[in-house]
Design a protein around this ligand. Structure first.
Ligand code: COA
Ligand code: ZN
Length: 300
């Protein structure tokens, strides 16, 4: 069976926009539940301005707790600039992700830099991270549509993905930040990217705002993508992208993949329990389909 690599981004993307703020102990518990469900890779937090994202203000407290409790769990953290990298490194980070949006306005809203500056800062941050011996990921956000500028030109996505590739990013994460992509678009864009960038360095980060996420994941699979971001429970969204809702739910993605004969190494029932647990913590049921449906249909 072919293996599909899934990074669970619930602790970061899932929690960064919640009205209820989880403390570091609850976030640690979430990571422990994920690890018990077979999750091998997470995005744990972000080292960003606590004024911009108060939900992630405990990053420097959380990361050492995670590294200590779950030393085998691959743990990435988002950093928007060199200051973020410095903070992450001091807290013991082993992997970082930079966040570059593919439009001028989205960069300004998200990290208060224009596109050119954001590109340069991402490159510098990757270079410094490599000097420190860290693994790296680079997001290319709003890679389909921008909530401020409309459809993002594919050429621009290709250009920025190339820049991140040349800067040595271990993984280039193409993000449908506002969940507006459709399967045809995913095939076209991820197909074009897959011609230029090795498949083991390319991944896709989907949101389910318009109910397309699982179909989009299938479209990405069909053009060879084998690395996905997902969020347990389907919680999440970017606070600076109006209208964006949760990520593709890890359990929905796992159900689709495993029933098509791919292996994920993830335990569907344990993911569903985790989704229900996180729903209780944030004070509303997780939006994923599988946490409502209850898992595998009756067999035999
Ligand atoms: N972590 C913590 N604090 C940071 C920081 C970081 N990575 N980068 C800058 N700061 C601090 C500065 O030290 C300064 O602090 P002070 O006011 O106490 O002196 C303050 O933030 C302003 O610094 P500046 O460089 O002018 O930043 P800015 O105001 O232009 O904001 C970002 C830039 C990137 C820090 C901010 O926009 C941000 O954190 N965005 C978060 C984006 C995000 O997480 N989006 C969701 C995920 S994609
Ligand atoms: Zn996202």
């Amino acid at each position: 069976m072919e293996h599909i690599h899934i990074t669970d981004v619930a602790p970061r993307d899932g929690l960064q926009n919640q009205p209820v703020h989880l403390d570091a102990q609850a976030k640690l518990q979430l990571a422990q539940l994920l690890a018990k469900a077979g999750v091998r890779s997470i995005e744990a937090t972000s080292f960003v301005s606590p004024k911009a994202v108060p939900q992630m203000a405990d990053a420097a407290e959380l990361l050492p707790l995670l590294r200590h409790a779950l030393p085998d769990l691959r743990t990435s953290v988002l950093v928007p600039n060199l200051k973020g990298l410095e903070r992450a490194h001091s807290a013991g980070a082993t992997e970082i992700a930079v966040v570059l949006s593919a439009t001028e306005t989205m960069n300004r809203k998200n990290i208060n830099m224009g596109l050119d500056q954001a590109t340069e800062v991402s490159e510098q941050t990757l270079a410094e991270a490599h000097k420190l011996g860290l693994r790296t990921r680079a997001y290319v956000a709003v890679a389909f549509d921008c909530p401020f500028e409309g459809e993002t030109p594919l050429d621009e996505v290709l250009r920025l993905a190339h820049r991140m590739h040349r800067a040595g990013a271990g993984e280039i994460v193409i993000a449908d930040t506002i969940g507006s992509a459709s399967p045809g678009m995913v095939k076209q864009r991820m197909g074009a990217l897959a011609e230029a960038i090795a498949l083991d360095r390319l991944s896709i980060h989907l949101h389910d705002t318009r109910g397309m996420a699982v179909a989009n994941a299938w479209a990405a699979l069909e053009v060879g993508i084998r690395r996905f971001d997902a969020s347990v429970g389907g919680i999440g969204g970017c606070p600076f992208a109006p209208g964006a809702t949760g990520n593709i739910a890890t359990e929905d993605l796992v159900y689709m993949l495993e029933r098509a004969g791919y292996s994920t190494g993830y335990d569907l029932d344990a993911l569903i329990e985790t989704a229900r647990w996180i729903g209780e913590k944030i004070g509303r049921p997780a939006p994923s389909a599988l946490s409502r449906a209850g898992g595998w249909p009756k067999r035999g």
